[in-house]
Design a protein around this ligand. Structure first.
Ligand code: IPM
Ligand code: MG
Length: 357
């Protein structure tokens, strides 16, 4: 069966890095028997420019039909003054909720070849390999009521609602426990149960789910402590499971532990493991169009796609292996360049990975 992949390059460096990931997929199709069909559509600011909408109907339809979505990045300074519902970020939130992508997997892995890139001491981060499982379709991001209202005294008040139903906590917890079984079998659930009712219920549900996973060790941590522990002793973590807003914040922190945000992929999955795959670095408008962006996070995102949606673990290993080989060869884009290595541009990096496959 041929799998359909929707390619949504988006804004900023999105198109540049996506092009390199597509090269990798095309090579796997041509020479390694991967049965895929690619179709491209505009998203984010690029879609707004064309259709006055960040997530046009045609793009959403394609994403829904597809087995997997490969997304570059969305956002740009020129869109920041648009009304909220027309901003590029809306496309991302719309795709997540329309495709019911409730489980966001964000690994933070320190490649041994890049150990010196971290701002933390090497002994703190060497060998770091943690996975954040972030709930992605609930919480204060989507909770109603929300808005800005005028109070009786004429002053305005902004409000959003943090809420989680039991089934939402249960399904994302299961993803985390299942992932832990393929790793070190440890889950840390992060919330703020000392203050928030939502978090109290979250903890209750996680404890209930844990009964089905007696082989996985579970602990609980308040989000403020987790933020501290991540920089104090990050290797204590295997899998972290947390809600949407806490996961947003902690995943940026975890990414920076590795010192190379240009290396980190992500997967957003639904109940049936259909997924949207994207680098976590965003659109980086400051370097867009210069041909210097690091395409490895997007290429590693295709490896996650091969693993989670396309059921091609061997090809996934092959892509991961090719990236590692290229790093061994000392080939570096500017963001991970250190003295004594060879600095290359986006396309050369993509070509090197294709050659290493
Ligand atoms: C992320 C981003 C998004 C989020 C923004 C761009 C809407 O920060 O994917 O982490 O907050 O989820
Ligand atoms: Mg974020």
């Amino acid at each position: 069966m041929t799998s359909k992949i929707a390619v949504l390059p988006g804004d900023g460096i999105g198109p540049e890095v996506t092009a390199e990931a597509v090269k990798v997929l095309e090579r796997l199709k041509r020479d390694f028997g991967l049965k895929i069909e690619l179709e491209t559509a505009p998203v984010g600011g690029a879609a707004y420019d064309l259709h006055k909408q960040p997530l046009p109907e045609g793009t959403l339809r394609l994403a829904k039909q597809a087995d997997a979505v490969l997304l570059g990045a969305v956002g740009g300074l020129q869109y920041d003054d648009l009304p909220r519902e027309l901003r590029p970020e809306r496309a991302l939130l719309g795709l997540r909720s329309e495709l019911k992508l409730f489980a966001n997997l964000r690994p933070a892995i320190l490649f041994p070849q890049l150990a010196s890139a971290s701002t933390l001491k090497p002994e703190i981060v060497a060998g770091l390999d943690l996975l954040i499982v972030r709930e992605l379709t609930g919480d204060i991001y989507f909770g109603e009521p929300r808005g800005v209202r005028t109070l009786e005294n004429g002053e305005r008040e902004g409000f959003n609602t943090m809420r989680y139903a039991e089934h939402e906590v249960e399904r994302v917890s299961r993803v985390a426990f299942d992932a832990a079984r393929k790793r070190q079998r440890r889950v840390c659930s992060v919330e703020k149960a000392n203050v928030l009712e939502t978090s109290g219920l979250w903890r209750e549900v996680v404890l209930r789910v844990a009964k089905d996973y007696p082989d996985v060790a579970l602990n609980h941590m308040y989000v403020d402590n987790a933020a501290m522990q991540l920089v104090r002793a990050p290797k204590q973590f295997d899998v972290i499971v947390t809600g949407n807003i806490f996961g947003d914040i902690l995943s940026d922190e975890a990414a920076m532990l590795t010192g190379s945000i240009g290396m980190l992929p992500s997967a957003s999955l639904d109940r049936a493991n259909k997924g949207m795959y994207e680098p976590i670095h965003g659109s980086a408008p400051d370097i867009a169009g210069k041909g210097i962006a690091n395409p490895l996070a997007t290429i590693l995102s295709t490896a996650m796609m091969l693993r989670y949606t396309l059921n091609e673990p061997t090809l996934a290993d092959q892509v991961d292996g090719a990236v590692s080989k290229v790093l061994d060869q000392g080939i570096r884009t500017g963001d991970i360049y250190t003295e004594g290595t060879k600095r290359v541009g986006t396309q050369q990096m993509g070509d090197a990975v294709v050659a290493a496959l």
